[in-house]
Design a protein around this ligand. Structure first.
Ligand SMILES: [Zn+2]
Length: 272
């Protein structure tokens, strides 16, 4: 009651209030192959307190809104995320003022029909789970959703700067549905990933070309296979080394004799 009292405009009695718990978000890898870090969840828990939520994305009636009055980070030791972390989630408590209009809604929540929550928030940092590079500022060659040496690549979302909405969705479209995220530089990371891919292809083409002259005994398929498993940095080193060797191995090309040059006939002075 005390916590709710901080947000309510007028004194509310216990009978007027309806409270319920909900899971806002967790550290599981979502359908976009992204996940919140545990420290991000701690920040988000604080940011969500006081925020109002809506039901089914419907803001028509103010009777359909609830407000979060407390949120805490919880762990479920028995459950592991897809990448092997202890399942961690934000459990929030929200309240609504009981009215005639939201009676049915409250019945639905009690019956457990409205279960899925979606959140909207903004994060400052997105990094690659394989190499740790910042996707926004550095970019890397790993693709989220792909496996590298048995490790699944996903993007780690951290340093949330704002939490601006949460809502209850009646019918979830799919598992982990509805985690709406926005990024400070939307579209930038896709562009960077694309650039990294282009650079990679360029390096691989060079390597195949130089390898065919430096190590002609090696089959192109084998070179391609090696390339697939190398990082961008190693690819570049390999390209530079092969290029250097290719240069050294090239036959010395003599400068062509200048056409039409005066024929220097040593005996010319004896000519009559
Ligand atoms: Zn990476």
């Amino acid at each position: 009651m005390e916590l709710i009292g901080q947000f309510a405009r007028k004194e509310l009695s216990r009978e007027e209030l309806y409270t319920f718990s909900l899971i806002l978000c967790d550290n599981e890898i979502d359908r976009d192959n992204e996940k919140f870090t545990v420290s991000a969840l701690h920040t988000l828990a604080k940011l969500f307190v006081g925020k109002t939520g809506i039901f089914d994305h419907n803001m028509k009636s103010k009777d359909q809104t609830a407000r979060i009055y407390s949120a805490e980070v919880m762990t479920d030791e028995a459950r592991k995320t897809a990448d092997g972390e202890v399942y961690t989630y934000i459990k929030a408590k929200a309240y609504m003022v009981r009215t005639e209009k939201n009676k049915d809604l409250i019945t639905e929540i009690d019956a457990g029909i409205k279960k899925e929550t979606s959140v909207g928030c903004c994060v400052r940092d997105i990094s690659c789970s394989i190499c740790g590079k910042n996707i926004k500022t550095e970019g890397c060659e790993h693709q989220k959703g792909k496996s590298y040496g048995g490790r699944l690549c996903c993007y780690l979302l951290s340093e949330p700067s704002d939490a601006y909405e949460w809502s209850f969705v009646a019918v979830p479209a799919q598992k982990n549905a509805g985690v709406i995220k926005s990024f400070d530089m939307s579209g930038e990371r896709e562009k960077l990933a694309e650039m990294a891919m282009e650079f990679r292809q360029e390096l691989e083409t060079d390597i195949i070309r130089f390898a065919s002259s430096v190590i002609p005994e090696m089959k192109q398929a084998a070179v391609e296979e090696i390339c697939e498993n190398l990082s961008l940095k190693s690819l570049r080193e390999m390209r530079d080394a092969l290029r250097e060797n290719a240069r050294k191995n090239l036959p010395v090309i003599r400068q062509l004799d200048v056409c039409g040059a005066e024929v220097n006939n040593e005996n010319s002075e004896y000519k009559i």
